[in-house]
Design a protein around this ligand. Structure first.
Ligand code: ADP
Ligand code: MG
Length: 588
């Protein structure tokens, strides 16, 4: 092991003089009395090495010894990750709570995976079989999944199985197999191995295009701004606009197997809330606790900034690990701005040439590299798995022109911009229907959404105009456009997340309801005057909200739908031909 000694301390950056070689990104420990503080090499200049320390640096003194491990910052991968709450360095927090009080004492590191737990192992290979990295040696049940015990990623070449344990109960550190490489070197394997967090796991056969939708059951997302499995999206929004709540809703209802939450909190209380709430939630899919298929990596604003960076990488690495099991993983990072600020702080200490708003010049490439770890992949056994990444961005004052939002927008596939105006009006989810976009093709009548968005744009124009000329100065036709757009907003874009029925809407139901809505939006109506139109739409909205709150495929649902259709017939005189042409054209 190489050693060095501290020559300078600047916030979380410590400069160390070394005599032997060290490498970039390797882990080092600064020894302060009886504490060993974890750190990472972030710059090497001759015999001077800069470390970012993941802990509070108070008390570190000149000449304090530093130990270099020659290992990159890594996570442990194995059964028992699901259901856990970790900090950015993969210390399990509830365990920590028992031993040390809620948050970890400085310099205390705890085994991430339970050592004593016995897992019921079923072998899937035999002695003499040839395997390679990421191949399944056996499985153990973990929650509702078959956890694949795999050949560690990074073990090169083709390997011969020389030992494999029989069916039975084993703890993670027991040897369950042994493999031999072409040089005759034998390696014993257990159910757990480590992987460096900053290196993407690519032990699959090929990357595929994200082509299947990730259903969130949020109408505004699935119908208008869809996200695909293996895709990426970002949720920028000002403080209090609903970013965290939207991610919580998504984590509960999204049609994925595993959810990983990387919480870099704006406020300490926010993360604690998540920790308290999550274990209480039931999984709508299984009726069991949602925590069973969730991993939370959390850092609050009171933890050292360097740990935020670690938490983002730890989260995505665990996501990639479960993708190797043929599962669909959703990673939600909240908020990536806190991570970017940590980068800015460290870059300032390194006295690097600053880019825009003092963020480092490499901000864009770091953000891009993070989102690139999302993707759908085909595994060697033919099955597929995916990691979808959704990150919130919290720009100061809600200004989307700032560097973190802009860098993120360049790389993601969908943009769900939250609007202060909408959240102030309590229009939830407060995703702005005019500013947001998605590059993914939706699965809910994509041929009809453009027309519906057109109604929103025109309605917005009329609304702006009415502010100037008043309702009297607006034509009846324009006024009806305005009413249609307002109707679409209140019965479809807005969704009551607390309502047991409206809170999550299946894709089939979205297709059915959006079809009816499209008929209304594209209908030509005959109204006597504006009052007539206004009161007619008010009645229709009431019926539609009633419809939204009614359980799908029940008698009552049919009845309300009939009432809606009858009301529409009363006033309909024709159809907007352009709507039908557009819809037909797009489906061809
Ligand atoms: P942000 O993370 O953007 O700062 P939050 O997600 O914490 O904002 O939301 C702030 C508050 O707004 C919440 O505490 C809640 O009262 C309200 N809110 C946000 N989204 C919704 C929603 N979908 N339904 C109801 N209330 C919401
Ligand atoms: Mg938040």
């Amino acid at each position: 092991m190489s050693t060095g000694k501290v020559v300078a301390v600047n916030g979380n950056m410590v400069t160390v003089e070394v005599e032997t070689e060290v490498s970039m990104n390797e882990v080092a420990y600064v020894v302060v009395g009886d504490q060993r503080l974890k750190a990472e090499v972030i710059r090497i200049r001759g015999n001077l090495v800069e470390l970012q320390v993941f802990e509070m640096t108070r008390g570190i003194g000149i000449d304090d010894p530093v130990e270099f491990t020659h290992e990159m910052l890594a996570v442990q991968l194995g059964p028992g990750l699901l259901g856990q709450v970790f900090d950015g360095l993969q210390n399990p927090l509830p365990k920590v709570a028992e031993d040390f009080g809620f948050f970890l004492q400085r310099g205390a590191y705890v085994d991430p995976l339970p050592k004593e737990t016995k897992w019921k192992f079923t072998p899937k290979v035999s002695v003499g079989d040839t395997v390679m990295q990421a191949d399944t040696l056996g499985t153990v049940p973990e929650g509702i999944f078959e956890h694949r015990v795999m050949v560690p990623f990074g073990l090169e070449g083709s390997l011969k199985v020389t030992k494999i344990s029989g069916e039975g109960e084993y703890s993670i550190n027991e040897t369950i197999a042994e493999v031999e490489d072409s040089d005759g070197k034998k390696t014993p394997l257990s159910m757990v191995f480590t992987w460096p967090v900053k290196r993407a796991i690519n032990a699959y056969s090929e990357r595929l295009r994200p082509s299947d939708p990730m259903i969130t059951k949020v109408r505004l997302i699935d119908t208008f701004f869809p996200v695909n499995l293996g895709g990426t999206y970002c949720i920028p929004g000002p403080f209090g606009a609903g970013k965290t709540v939207l991610q919580q809703i998504t984590s509960r209802h999204a049609d994925v197997d595993v959810v990983i939450i990387a919480a870099c909190g704006e406020r300490a209380g926010e993360v604690v809330e998540t920790l308290r709430e999550f274990p209480e939630l039931t999984d709508p899919r299984t009726g069991r606790t949602l925590m069973e298929r969730t991993v939370i990596i959390c850092n609050t604003s009171s933890m050292p900034v360097a740990a935020r960076e670690a938490s983002v990488y730890t989260a995505v690495t665990i996501g990639e690990y479960y993708r190797q099991m043929g599962l669909n993983v959703l990673l939600l990072a909240d908020s990536t701005s806190r991570w970017a600020q940590a980068m800015r702080e460290m870059s300032g200490r390194l006295e690097e040439i600053p880019g825009e708003e003092a963020f480092p010049a490499y901000l864009e490439s770091v953000i891009a590299a993070f989102y690139e770890r999302a993707g759908v992949v085909r595994l060697r056994d033919g099955s597929t798995g995916s990691v979808t990444i959704g990150g919130t961005v919290s720009p100061a004052g809600g200004n989307f022109e700032e560097p973190v939002t802009q860098a993120t927008l360049k790389v993601v596939g969908a943009f769900h911009g939250l609007s202060r105006e909408r959240s102030d009006a309590r229009k939830y989810p407060s995703i702005h229907p005019l500013d947001s976009w998605s590059k993914y093709q939706g699965s809910i009548h994509p041929e009809k959404t453009e027309y519906a968005r057109g109604v929103l744009f025109r309605g917005d124009e009329v609304g702006q105009m009415m502010k100037v000329v008043g309702e009297e100065g607006t034509s009846l036709d324009d006024y009806v456009i305005f009413l249609k757009s307002d109707f679409l907003d209140s019965v479809y874009l807005q969704q009551n997340s607390f309502d047991p029925v409206d809170g999550s809407v299946s894709p089939d139901r979205q297709r059915h309801v959006f079809d009816l809505l499209f008929q209304i939006l594209s209908a030509q109506f005959k109204f006597d005057n504006k009052d007539d139109a206004r009161s007619w739409f008010a009645r229709l909205r009431q019926r539609f909200l009633d419809y939204n709150g009614t359980e799908w495929k029940t008698e009552k649902f049919e009845t309300v739908e009939e009432e809606i259709k009858k009301q529409v017939e009363e006033k309909q005189v024709g159809v907007d031909e352009t709507a039908l042409a557009g819809a037909a054209g797009a489906t061809e």
